[in-house]
Ligand binder design. Structure first.
Ligand SMILES: [Zn+2]
Length: 293
């Protein structure tokens, strides 16, 4: 996947024609829609393709913190789905990463438990835990061949996935899930939010120190973040793709705190900002949606 080299002319989510330049650096340009606040990023120096999980050395402490966050979020997601009257059955986690979500949620899921990952390293981890992994289509390494699964997905989660899809890729992917999965009932999508304290603080300080802001867009990682959603733009994505949003849940991302805030803390006011990120749980937003009739 190569990033599009030209600036967007309209908002990919609301078709708004007024896109202001929020940030312009040598490696990254970010456009903000005046109508819906959705951010679209243009990455000007695409990094070489490598396995996502082998790109940056991550400390044991960082990985342990990330694991604790993901497991806590898994329990919250399962509880919220039950509260909304949904059934955790035949679950498919699209882009399961290290598999912590599935591992934690497995005792509460009836039927099949599996997902898809394009990273061979992540697939090996998941298979060693006994999870069902869909094989990629012979024609497209980034899309699952659902015929290779031994169950029909009824719940699909995409946790920190759609912001990595360039252009209108997120909408196309969600529409395709709807078309290819006849038993699909619930879709759960989690994204980082530009309404969060972490984003707002990094943006305010970007003129002084671009590091934290550029890290939010994962500049230099493949794939980076091509989008930064807010609760409104996430809801719009789901509606455009043929889903009805039943609830939005807000959460904090402690891994963001450790991974991205180190450089923020050293700036004037950065220590206070780091504490605020821990206090206000709004750095990520999770949408629960059902397939529209
Ligand atoms: Zn817009």
């Amino acid at each position: 996947m190569t990033p599009s080299p030209t600036a967007p002319e309209r908002c990919v989510l609301c078709d708004g024609a007024s896109l202001g330049v929020e940030y312009a650096g040598p490696r990254l340009r970010v456009f903000c829609c005046a109508a819906c606040g959705h951010r679209t990023a243009l990455h000007l120096e695409p990094p070489a393709a490598t396995d996502y999980y082998e790109q940056t050395p991550q400390s044991d402490r960082f990985v342990a913190t990330l694991e604790a966050t993901r497991r806590r979020q898994a329990r919250r997601l399962i509880e919220k789905l039950a509260e909304l009257g949904g059934t955790a059955a035949n679950w498919f986690d699209f882009g399961f990463g290290r598999g912590w979500f599935l591992d934690e949620a497995r005792p509460d899921i009836r039927g099949g438990v599996g997902g898809f990952e394009s990273s061979p390293l992540a697939v090996r981890w998941a298979e060693s835990r006994g999870l069902s992994v869909a094989k990629p289509l012979p024609t497209a390494a980034d899309w699952p061949d659902f015929a290779t699964l031994d169950y029909e997905p009824e719940v699909v989660s995409l946790l920190d996935v759609v912001e990595h899809l360039d252009g209108s890729g997120a909408e196309r992917a969600l529409q395709r899930l709807r078309a290819e999965l006849p038993a699909l009932g619930w879709l759960i999508v989690k994204v980082p939010s530009s309404d969060g304290v972490l984003y707002r603080t990094s943006r305010a300080l970007a003129g002084l120190a671009p590091g934290p802001y550029e890290q939010l867009y994962q500049v230099g990682t493949l794939p980076p973040h091509y989008h930064y959603f807010n609760p409104r733009s996430l809801a719009r994505l789901l509606e455009r793709s043929g889903y009805d949003v039943r609830a939005l849940l807000f959460d904090r991302d402690v891994d963001n705190l450790f991974h991205r805030i180190g450089s923020l803390r050293r700036l004037p006011g950065g220590g206070l900002a780091a504490r605020a990120v821990g206090m206000f749980p709004n750095d990520s937003v999770i949408a629960f949606a059902t397939v529209s009739a």
